[in-house]
Ligand binder design. Sequence first.
Ligand SMILES: Nc1ncnc2c1ncn2[C@@H]1O[C@H](COP(=O)(O)OP(=O)(O)OP(=O)(O)O)[C@@H](O)[C@H]1O
Length: 222
Amino acid sequence: MAALIELRGIGLEVAAPVPTRILHPLALDVAAGTFVAVVGPSGAGKTTLASIVGALQRPSEGSYRYDGDELTGRGLAALARFRAQRLGFVFQGSHLIDERTTLANVELGITTPGVGRPQREATSAEALSWVGLGDDVARRRAGDLSGGERHRVAIARALVKEPQVVIADEPTAALDQPTGQAILALLARATERGATVVVVTHDERAAAMADQVVTLVDGRRT
Ligand SMILES: Nc1ncnc2c1ncn2[C@@H]1O[C@H](COP(=O)(O)OP(=O)(O)OP(=O)(O)O)[C@@H](O)[C@H]1O
């Protein structure tokens, strides 16, 4: 079966302030429904690779085929549509809007236009239940949640539109051991609902849970 994500000779060199090679050309196949851990030392290019996979950054060379379609060469609007329709992101900081409720924060992840409020709320409450958060937390102000709860909300916000791919950059950083383990388990569970999950991590537990481990050192895949 063809891979959902197919990178060939994908690399990144930036021009300013001096020409710098961030990522040497690499190949990567990610099969649909798998859990992929991107590991390696600090500065190895993990976030750069994840941002190329997430169509947040354009590579300077190579081919990126997603579900058989070539993405390189597409305009910014087309890439934004691609991200909105197919991808969900979880960043290291949860990036919640503290003044709004938990439920309202999850609703922000719904990218389909024209979904009425009752439907948005019901879908968001369901996504919160996937990450183990109930009605009481849904009504609370996001600014009053614990760090672990905030991460769960960020994952619910990424999952609410049932994206094909979830990209998570260091989702367990700054969390205690059991909370980090729970967050990884939640991400792994998303594959059971058919999502493909790409996690950038320093966390050895994530690598142990992964179907595929991609190791980067000094911008090269080893
Ligand atoms: N646009 C850019 N311009 C210049 N340098 C960049 C750019 N993007 C990334 N870098 C540099 O490329 C290297 C790889 O960065 P990247 O954030 O991908 O590494 P990482 O493996 O995710 O590191 P960490 O584990 O510390 O988050 C770093 O040295 C970074 O400073």
